[in-house]
Ligand binder design. Structure first.
Ligand code: SF4
Length: 355
């Protein structure tokens, strides 16, 4: 994304980011999963590839596709799904998370994902919440920790041939691993991924506010997040496709961390662009303006058509409610978009980078 494209996206409030939870199928059992009640249920109702392709064809071009789940690599047609969005919507950057439990699938599919999207940069995000058996306990499956290390090692070999690939490790901070955070950070540092992100556990949504479910003091976590961010290389793979985003992504993340203490206490610090510049699509076709608000419509009720869906009465009502109720959350995907498209916060973020 260059300056001109940024300005147009901002001025026209164009769609910028789509989170697509491609499946509720999952091979892990993480206690903090926000989809726990949905996992491995009604899988026959999930969107078919043909339905996804039809919806994608009706969508405008947008910059960032964040795949989520469930475990995305359990969808055999994941390469075709990515190819569809890359070609129909000229998506520039795609993020795919994995728990690495289906190790063989991840390793065989990763090169296919890169090949399927020749104009996009791809980030594969491996979950690592603790060291050794403690990680296996958190994820509910023995052997997961070893698989994460093995997958990371093999993906690094792939990355040496495919510079469009970024490798990121993500740690969900919970009461279970809080005490070992320093140790985990040092361990991940030695693994040398491009990025390591500490994510706060998500809470429910009550009274138009996302709840912070833990009791711990987040200040030390934020200090560690700044340190990890400083030491990370960042989204190197963005350089080719989105040079401006590559330059500002670390600054925007730093700005987000600086806002977190207020965000977790329900303060609203930016205008929220959810529903106008973002969309979340769930495996069975449900949509919402963001992942924090409840589903409000289903694309199957609107002929799998993007414009009809977002102009529908329930979706429009949800977008209007965002300004009316001034809801608050600390979801990094949305808050970073809000910072990126808020001139005041973006200038502050860039200024912070220079200090
Ligand atoms: S502030 Fe934005 S992203 Fe957060 S809950 Fe409200 S609409 Fe969703």
């Amino acid at each position: 994304m260059g300056i001109l494209s940024y300005a147009k996206t901002y001025a026209l409030r164009r769609l910028f980011q789509v989170i697509f939870q491609v499946t509720f199928r999952c091979n892990a059992r993480c206690s903090f999963c926000f989809n726990l009640d949905e996992l491995n249920q009604r899988l026959d109702e999930e969107l078919s590839f043909d339905e996804i392709r039809k919806f994608s064809r009706s969508m405008p071009k947008f910059e960032w596709l964040m795949i989520s789940g469930g475990e995305p690599f359990l969808r055999d047609d994941l390469p075709e799904i990515l190819e569809t969005f890359a070609s129909n919507n000229r998506v520039k950057h795609i993020t795919v998370p994995t728990n690495a439990i289906a190790k063989d699938k991840v390793l065989s599919m990763a090169p296919e994902l890169i090949k399927a999207c020749p104009e996009s940069s791809i980030s594969i995000v491996l979950s690592l919440d603790a060291i050794g058996e403690q990680h296996d306990k958190i994820r509910g499956v023995p052997g997961t920790f070893d698989k994460v290390l093995s997958v990371l090692g093999s993906l690094k070999e792939l990355q040496a041939r495919e510079p469009r690939l970024t490798l990121k490790l993500e740690t969900v901070v919970t009461d279970a691993n809080l005490g070992q955070m320093g140790e985990i950070i040092e361990f991940v540092h030695r693994l040398d991924p491009d990025l390591h992100i500490l994510d706060l556990e998500r809470g429910g949504f009550k009274g138009w506010m996302q709840e912070f479910p833990a009791n711990y003091d987040i200040d030390p976590v934020i200090r560690e997040s700044f340190r990890v961010l400083r030491e990370s290389r960042g989204y190197a793979s963005l350089n080719e496709h989105a040079p401006m985003l590559a330059k500002v992504s670390k600054s925007v993340q730093a700005e987000y961390f600086s806002m977190l203490p207020q965000l977790v206490h329900g303060e609203r610090l930016t205008k929220c662009l959810a529903g106008r510049m973002t969309l979340v699509l769930y495996p069975r076709g449900d949509v919402a303006a963001c992942e924090v608000l409840p589903n409000c419509a289903n694309i199957r009720d609107f002929d799998l058509d993007y414009e009809q869906t977002i102009r529908s009465e329930p979706f429009s009502r949800q977008v209007a409610a965002i300004s009316e109720h001034r809801c608050t959350c600390f979801h990094p995907c949305y808050q970073t978009v809000n910072i990126l498209f808020s001139p005041k916060h973006l200038v502050r973020a860039l200024f912070r980078r220079k200090r």
